[in-house]
Ligand binder design. Structure first.
Ligand code: SF4
Length: 337
């Protein structure tokens, strides 16, 4: 439930925008108009930290203007832009780099126009399949009960011959997706981690228990299921922590047979910009961000990041590539970065 909502005027020309205005007004949530999300002005806060926390509880309802989609390797061919930002407080969040100065959550109401653009990418690539990821700039599940955008996309891609859709979440608001006509063309993935990482670094997201309940539900609804383990961290006792996580996961999934099961493995990394913002807004954080223990790498979007050094990465890789098949012989590990 947001604390305040901004509308861009053009958003009200769309049925979804008008409906959302009615729903927020009925709940008494303060509504403001703004000519552009860049001019959002009424977010309270005297300090960077206060403004950051208030912005995370602010929704902006707008129209997605940019026509081109970003590429999204290795999880998909393209990012499908449905939502930007997330109200969660995972201290390590990758959005701290890309959205650190604008952490409010933006919902785009022109979903059908975005999907029409996706169709053009599919046509261009056919007969090769084109995969879209709906979670590259957000966690879209957290606002799904408002927007219904994921359900619209799931049912859209179900009708395509060469399009596939996937997204990942740390929330459990999936009930509205369970009876969607997905035809197996959407993979729903849950981001999970060891108890140590969840307890120390993830706030304002669903508990692991709730994520796994949601995972069971989507598997029972016939969706291909995936787990993104990340960020994988090296800490004292990490082997025992991640073994327990895999063991718990296997127990929770026992008795269900997802149509497919994938794992993606993402090790912890940080950018200099993210480190600065994280230390400002979460000053007590205990994230492992000592550059001395890391290896620098230039990234896809022109900024660099600090990764684990090669030896550490290989140790982590070896661990997961041995343990996951032992617990889940039917699973595919798609990649580890
Ligand atoms: Fe970031 Fe995902 Fe956590 Fe949201 S749920 S704060 S997008 S890591």
């Amino acid at each position: 439930m947001p604390d305040r909502v901004y509308f861009e005027p053009d958003a009200l020309k769309y049925e979804l925008g008008e409906r959302l205005r009615g729903e927020f007004a009925a709940r008494g949530i303060p509504i403001f108009m703004t000519t552009s999300h860049n001019r959002v002005t009424k977010i309270p806060g005297d300090t960077r930290r206060e403004a950051f926390f208030a912005a995370k509880r602010t929704l902006v309802i707008g129209v997605r203007r940019s026509k081109d989609f970003q590429t999204s390797k290795p999880s998909a061919d393209y990012a499908l832009p449905l939502v930007t930002g997330c109200p969660g407080h995972c201290q390590y969040c990758y959005l701290n780099t890309s959205l650190g100065n604008k952490p409010y959550v933006r919902i785009y109401v022109n979903v059908n126009e975005i999907l029409a653009r996706a169709d053009r990418y599919i046509e261009k690539n056919a007969p090769k399949e084109t995969v879209f990821d709906g979670s590259c700039t957000s966690d879209p599940v957290v606002v799904e009960p408002w927007s219904g955008a994921l359900r619209t996309c799931i049912e859209h891609f179900a009708q395509t011959r060469y399009g596939r859709f996937r997204f990942v979440t740390k929330y459990d608001a999936v009930d509205g997706l369970l009876d969607a006509d997905h035809r197996g063309r959407t993979e729903i993935r849950f981001s999970i981690n060891s108890e140590y990482v969840i307890k120390n670094f993830e706030k304002a997201v669903a508990s692991l228990e709730r994520r796994l309940n949601a995972a069971r539900k989507v598997a029972e609804a016939g969706y291909p299921l995936g787990f993104l383990i990340g960020p994988i961290m090296e800490y004292e006792g990490w082997q025992a922590g991640y073994t327990k996580m895999l063991n718990d996961l296997a127990e929770r999934l026992s008795g269900i047979s997802p149509t497919s099961l994938t794992f993606e493995l993402v090790t912890h990394r940080f950018t200099p910009k993210a480190k600065r913002i994280i230390n400002e807004v979460y000053p007590q954080n205990r994230l492992p961000m000592d550059e001395q223990n890391r290896q620098w790498k230039w990234g896809q979007f022109g900024y660099g990041k600090y990764l684990y050094p090669k030896d550490t990465f290989e140790e982590l890789r070896d661990f997961f590539y041995r343990r996951i098949p032992a617990f889940f012989p039917q699973a595919h590990i798609l990649y580890m970065v």
